[in-house]
Ligand binder design. Structure first.
Ligand SMILES: Cc1cc2nc3c(=O)[nH]c(=O)nc-3n(C[C@H](O)[C@H](O)[C@H](O)COP(=O)(O)OP(=O)(O)OC[C@H]3O[C@@H](n4cnc5c(N)ncnc54)[C@H](O)[C@@H]3O)c2cc1C
Length: 450
């Protein structure tokens, strides 16, 4: 048996972040992280192994992140937690005692009840190097790829399949149940723009379509849609979302909530046991806006929760304000992003809102190299001008623009505050200070609120 003060289970986004935060706050504590993989993938980088990055091996979280922060690494799957004796045991026979335990066991791909998903050449988006290597090998030799799910994972895979030179002669089709791809995150105009980029790049997008069955004998040969149509497929990639990985927590008697994630309080402590914390995709979330349960699973949320855990392990410092939901993606050369509530989500939540839309280049003058046209929409609550959401499309500047919008939402910034922001600008780096997107949109919203 080995001893540790803090044991963290999970080595992806949340686990190491909780360890590093703990190390910074409590330098005297012995921190051990247990993870089941030999090598850990950057989860958000998985679609890019297909083309841009080129292999799972080039998409890894380095172990030096742990060693540089004096976090001991144990490789093995935790198979049992004894909360009375405060011990965790791994499949390799390691037994580690803890004072505080952090569960960062993440999520697993959602499996739909579609017959035929067990056939050869059907792949789920698993965070597993060998599995994905196998998928890459298969993709090298196929003609027809069908992707079930037009959320950001499906869309990113489709785009990468088309971009990668080996797949130039193969067909890539997305089958999406909803009226638009990316609809759960973005407003319709951005979804339409994203779909147009996909189509231009050779991806076929089928919407309002439900996959009824995966066809073939042992190996997949096609998919059947509820409409009766059949699509030819040599490979099916299922990217329909994720579910919290909570079997271990359940076995240890920790309570799960209605979303089947581990129930935690606002300090990220499990309800059943003050010395056990949970963070990331395995932990239950509430919306920053409504306080209702949220199914958002993002690395940004996972790491923020992990920092709360790291700080709170030996003294309560932070509480979780809820999931804001900040996200961006890139399709072809066009980036799309959102923060907080889209206009349609705000309306669905019953908020009395005003929106403002602006467009213009992200350099000035627009003849500067790298200038890309940005479209930004901000959503404010009408009464006080509180910022509750934003969506955008444009170039690479969108990622950080959405982070600024997300930070403003999280800190209750209003249109009146944004209108007076003293933004740093430079011709080669930013939009012009005169029609600066964020400030301009705030001013337009103020005009509309009058
Ligand atoms: C393809 C893809 C693309 C994504 N892109 C983005 C993006 O662009 N931006 C964004 O914000 N989010 C993105 N996400 C979501 C993001 O990856 C997740 O929210 C994030 O990985 C959650 O981190 P986590 O540490 O909670 O869980 P996970 O990443 O699931 O990690 C869980 C860890 O726990 C380990 N573990 C589980 N059980 C045990 C056990 N019993 N014993 C030992 N170890 C165990 C696992 O092996 C793993 O190391 C993407 C997800 C996917 C799948």
């Amino acid at each position: 048996m080995t001893e540790a003060d803090v044991v963290i289970i999970g080595g992806s986004a949340a686990g190491p972040t909780a360890g590093i935060s703990c190390r910074r706050r409590y330098p005297e504590k012995k921190v051990t992280l247990v993870r089941k993989e030999e090598k850990v993938l950057v989860p958000c980088g998985i679609p890019y192994i297909v083309g841009t990055v080129g292999s799972p091996e080039k998409n890894l979280i380095p172990d030096t992140l742990l060693s540089n922060n004096d976090i001991e690494l144990v490789k093995g799957e935790v198979v049992a937690i004894d909360r009375e004796k405060k011990l965790v045991s791994t499949d390799g026979g390691d037994v580690i005692s803890y004072d505080k335990l952090v569960l960062a066991t993440g999520s697993l791909p959602l499996e739909l009840p579609i017959p035929g998903l067990d056939k050869e050449n059907v792949f789920f988006v698993k965070k597993d190097v060998d599995y994905l290597q196998g998928m890459m090998g298969t993709l090298e030799s196929v003609k027809d790829v069908v992707i079930i799910g037009g959320g950001f994972i499906g869309v990113e895979f489709a785009d990468e399949c088309r971009k990668h030179r080996h797949y130039e002669d193969c067909s890539v089709t997305i089958v999406e149940l909803l009226p638009f791809c990316l609809e759960l995150a973005l407003d319709e105009e951005f979804c339409q723009e994203a779909e147009a980029v996909l189509t231009e790049n050779g991806v076929k997008v089928l919407k309002n379509k439900k996959v009824e069955a995966v066809l073939g004998n042992n190996k997949v040969s096609g998919v059947k849609l509820a409409s009766g149509e059949e699509l030819k497929a040599d490979v099916v990639i299922v990217g329909v979302g994720a579910r919290p990985n909570t079997e271990l927590a359940s076995k240890a008697g920790l309570e799960l909530g209605p979303t089947k994630a581990i129930k935690v309080d606002r300090y990220m402590r499990t309800l059943a046991d003050d010395s056990v914390f949970a963070c990331g995709d395995c932990a239950e979330k509430t919306s920053f806006f409504s306080g209702k349960l949220s199914r958002l699973m993002l690395a940004s949320i996972a790491t923020a929760e992990a920092r709360i855990v790291g700080a709170n392990l030996y003294g309560t410092c932070y509480h979780n304000c809820g999931a804001v939901g900040v996200f961006s993606t890139k399709i072809g050369e066009r980036a799309f992003g959102c923060a907080g509530l889209s206009e349609s989500a705000a309306i669905k939540d019953g908020l009395n809102i005003v929106t403002a839309k602006v467009a213009g280049p992200d350099r000035h003058p627009s003849s500067m190299p790298g200038a890309t046209d940005v479209k930004l929409k901000l959503v404010f609550c009408k009464e006080k001008g509180l910022l509750v959401g934003g969506g955008a499309s444009g170039g690479s500047s969108i990622g950080e623009l959405m982070n600024v919008v997300g930070a403003c939402i999280q800190h209750s910034v209003t249109a009146y505050d944004i209108a007076l922001f003293q933004m740093g600008t430079h011709p080669a780096l930013t939009a012009s200070p005169i029609p600066y997107h964020l400030v301009n949109a705030a001013e337009l919203a103020i005009k509309a609120m009058r």
